[in-house]
Design a binder for this molecule. Structure first.
Ligand SMILES: Cc1ncc(COP(=O)(O)O)c(C=O)c1O
Length: 380
């Protein structure tokens, strides 16, 4: 391991039983992971929609390779720096689904475009002008998607005029910039807990995207790609006839927050990502403290969960401090003893993954491989 400097022992080795993995460690149940990987790929195939998974969730070249082997057309990244390890590892087709501003970023985009087929996201003419001038000078061709706000109230243009103006601006750099389509992602809709309410939100977003597409058609502008969607709305977006590609990220892991969404009767994604942790202290009466905290799990979407088969019915995480996770139980007999190891489902996978250097992958209780989290900390 790169960070060991020969002094620290590695937390795990291939062939170790999971019970011997040092903690806290980020671990992946390969059977559930592969189930998720194949389920999303199959649904996309069945609906004739391209799958371009979001690598912001896993930041791992190995996972991106497996997604592509399962049928993905390429990947999404959220930041230019995040895209580098993937481009360097030979992932050919990358869409950076986020706006950026500034000379350094533009230079990074030009450099990245020499390493892969790069698509970028814009929502203001000044971004287009900066990219156009740089691409022209560098003799590089950039593919641009215009982001439209479909209800998320985050980035994206909010009027037909702004959309048409941007496409016009892109066309002024003909030969250096190319308009390829619309980025239409509604982050807020993904986690609407109720299935019907989530569907309702998607129908509303669809009306917005459709009206933008009609305006482009009326103006005689070709829009080959409509990209968007996530784990929470994919089942609706795949059959809407609007999206040519979807960009779900969390489906490979299904974190705790997604686990609390209400889903349809279709086969569903499974929890595959866990923090493995050891009970390090207990008052022997009501609480046991596990050896991970905020530096090992993100709690922005709730505290980690303990699955029922791990004793989760009577065990509740009541507090997460920097390096402590406090678990309480009403029943003394269920209280984990010192040394007991448990798997915790993180509330939010993306920021949790970003806290670790590696994912320890296991099958049937044995470590099968260890994957680097290559883009860890690359958020600029
Ligand atoms: C632009 C964009 N696309 C796709 C995704 C993937 O969504 P999810 O992880 O919910 O599947 C995200 C997640 O935040 C996102 O910001």
């Amino acid at each position: 391991m790169k960070h060991n400097k020969g002094v620290l022992t590695a937390p795990a080795a291939v062939g170790d039983p999971l019970s011997a993995v040092d903690t806290p460690s980020l671990v992946l149940d390969l059977d559930s992971f592969e189930f998720n990987l194949n389920l999303m790929a199959k649904r996309c195939r069945q609906n004739g929609v391209d799958l371009r998974p979001h690598a912001k969730s896993h930041k791992s070249v190995e996972i991106a390779r497996r997604q592509i082997a399962a049928g993905a057309v390429g990947i999404c990244c959220q930041k230019l720096s995040e895209a580098y390890p993937f481009a360097e590892a030979g992932i050919e087709d990358i869409f950076v689904t986020n706006e950026f501003v500034g000379e350094k970023k533009v230079a990074m985009a030009i450099d990245l475009a020499r390493r892969c087929q790069l698509t970028l996201c814009v929502d203001h003419p000044s971004q287009v002008v900066a990219l156009g001038a740089a691409a022209r000078q560098a003799k590089v061709r950039l593919r641009l998607m215009v982001e439209v706000d479909i209800g998320a109230k985050r980035c994206g243009v909010t009027s037909y005029t702004a959309l048409l103006e941007l496409v016009e601006c892109i066309r002024e750099f003909n030969g250096s910039l190319m308009f390829v389509g619309l980025q239409a992602f509604h982050g807020g809709a993904q986690h609407i807990k109720g299935w019907s309410e989530r569907h309702e939100a998607v129908l509303h977003s669809n009306e917005i995207v459709t009206s933008y597409l009609l305006r482009l058609k009326d103006a005689g502008i070709d829009c080959p790609v409509v990209s968007g969607s996530g784990t929470g709305t994919a089942e609706f977006d795949l059959s809407s006839g609007i999206f040519t590609e979807i960009q779900p990220g969390s489906y490979v892991f299904l974190d705790g927050h997604y686990g609390s969404n209400e889903w349809s009767g279709l086969p569903q994604f499974r929890h595959s990502l866990f923090v493995l942790s050891t009970a390090m202290s207990s008052n022997g009466e009501s609480r046991t403290v596990f050896d991970f905290g905020l530096k090992g799990v993100s709690v922005d979407s709730g505290v980690p969960k303990i699955l029922p088969e791990q004793g989760g019915q009577s065990l509740i995480v009541t507090r997460v401090n920097d390096e402590h996770c406090v678990v309480e139980s009403q029943s003394l007999s269920d209280l984990p003893q010192l040394g007991k190891k448990l798997l915790f489902v993180p509330g939010h996978c993306d920021p949790t993954v970003n806290l670790y250097q590696q994912i320890v992958c296991f099958r049937n209780g044995v470590v099968e491989s260890i994957w680097d989290i290559d883009a860890r900390g690359l958020s600029y």
